[in-house]
Design a protein around this ligand. Structure first.
Ligand SMILES: Nc1ncnc2c1ncn2[C@@H]1O[C@H](COP(=O)(O)OP(=O)(O)OP(=O)(O)O)[C@@H](O)[C@H]1O
Ligand SMILES: [Mg+2]
Length: 410
């Protein structure tokens, strides 16, 4: 659990000296280069922060600490004070998290064979450097600068998933399609799970800070968390998006019906549910079209379940798309596995260099990471994603969403 003093203890630190080269240094592109500063930060512990602390801080519940910790601040309103508190925490915490990522990515000898993975690694290093060069945001002016820097960093990393998928493709091409016979397979899988989990945490911390600005405190949103998240509304949007992507490939898309607790709302991060549902509905649509053709497509069903005392909110996506052979059931969680035509990924590699994660330009299938990443999103807050298949009939996917409590974030 996060100690509040730790969260807000950035105040009073002197501006840190920059130990490394400027961003214009031509050697910046060298993925093997590690500054002393980066190594130092990679050896620091990440701060464990609970979701409750994050939310309470966003609501201004820790403002009593403000005047003591930020004596020199010119912040007047509560909103401004909250921004400065959160900005100071990020200014201290993000370099540690980014350094961990950069060093871990670089330490994997198989992954670093890919130029795309090295590019992602360099993004982490660059963002690390920028943060270390940025003044501590204790004044309104510095907080504005910091805010713009964080927006830029959020943007820079917005193609990470696509880039990592390209990297996986490069690695897969080297291995041939036989991922079962690949001795480093488990290690890569663990490495990527760890990478994506940590990325979700970093994006949440940054997104939380960016979303605080401009949102009135009485809104149902606190940063990225909506205290009245509606799975029904999210499912409707996911169906709309997946239908668009499916129709682009096949000219039509199966209908999807929503059942169960369509009235339910509960506190959650809507974008996480949205990501999971879009991936599952895309998969179900593809399977339905491929096994039935576009003229006789059975409906896909989404069922939302919840009882007052339930531990989780559970959502099921059910299709009649022919199911998954049992021998493939383990492989579907691999970042290196897809049954889609390789030409799809080749097209992305060749033509869509600027495609971003969660872009509507993504293909219906082909990147091979939809399920493992969706499961990481579900697991991030302690939930899960499981798949049950009846070969020759269809697939049921169950999303278990933990009710948010005082959970410590990774
Ligand atoms: N509902 C489903 N019915 C049948 N097969 C499925 C279903 N969901 C997943 N699969 C199988 O699991 C594989 C992996 O799915 P995953 O979503 O991870 O990757 P993908 O769909 O191939 O590519 P993308 O990352 O672009 O979504 C799919 O290629 C497909 O063979
Ligand atoms: Mg998919």
């Amino acid at each position: 659990m996060l100690q509040l003093g730790f969260l807000f203890s950035n105040c009073g630190h002197r501006l840190r000296r920059c130990f490394f080269s400027s961003l214009t240094d031509p050697s910046f592109g060298n993925p093997t280069e590690i500054s002393d500063d980066l190594s130092l930060y990679a050896n620091k512990q990440q701060t464990a922060i609970s979701l409750k602390t994050l939310l309470d801080t966003g609501k201004g519940k820790h403002l009593h600490l403000f005047d003591k910790m930020y004596k020199s601040s010119d912040a007047k309103s509560d909103d401004q004070k909250v921004q400065i508190q959160v900005a100071n925490f990020l200014h201290r915490e993000l370099p540690v998290r980014l350094a961990h990522r950069a060093i871990k990515l670089q330490s994997n000898s198989v992954m670093t064979k890919s130029k795309y993975v090295n590019q992602v690694c360099n993004w982490y290093k660059r963002s690390f450097e920028e943060l270390r060069n940025c003044p501590i945001p204790t004044s309104l002016e510095n907080e504005s600068k910091f805010y713009r820097l964080i927006e830029g960093i959020y943007d820079r990393h917005s193609g990470t998933l696509i880039n990592m998928a390209k990297g996986a493709h490069e690695i897969r091409s080297e291995l041939g399609q036989d991922i079962d016979g690949f001795s480093d397979y488990d290690e890569i899988q663990d490495h990527l799970n760890d990478f994506y989990m940590s990325r979700i945490g970093i994006r949440l911390l940054i997104g939380q800070y960016l979303a605080l600005k401009g949102v009135p405190m009485e809104s149902t949103y606190i940063g990225m968390v909506n205290s009245k998240t509606s799975p029904y509304e999210i499912a409707k949007q996911a169906i709309h998006d997946a239908s668009y992507i499916c129709s682009r490939t096949h000219g039509d898309a199966p209908d999807v019906t929503i059942h169960g607790r369509t009235d339910l709302t509960f506190p959650y991060v809507p974008s996480h549910i949205s990501y999971i549902l879009v991936e599952l509905v895309k998969n179900s649509m593809r399977a339905t079209v491929e096994s039935h053709g576009v003229d006789l497509m059975p409906n896909i069903k989404i069922i939302i379940a919840d009882g007052e005392k339930n531990e989780d909110v559970v959502i099921k996506v059910s299709d009649e798309g022919g199911g998954i052979p049992r021998s493939n059931m383990n492989r579907i969680w691999s970042y290196l596995f897809t049954t889609a035509d390789p030409s799809v990924l080749n097209a992305i590699l060749n033509n869509h260099d600027d495609v971003r994660d969660f872009d509507m330009q993504i293909p219906l299938a082909g990147l091979g990471y939809g399920l493992p990443i969706a499961r990481n999103y579900a697991r991030y807050f302690g939930g899960d994603l499981t798949i049950m298949s009846m070969e020759a009939y269809g697939t049921d996917s169950y999303i278990y969403l933990s009710r948010l409590n005082d959970r410590v974030l990774k």
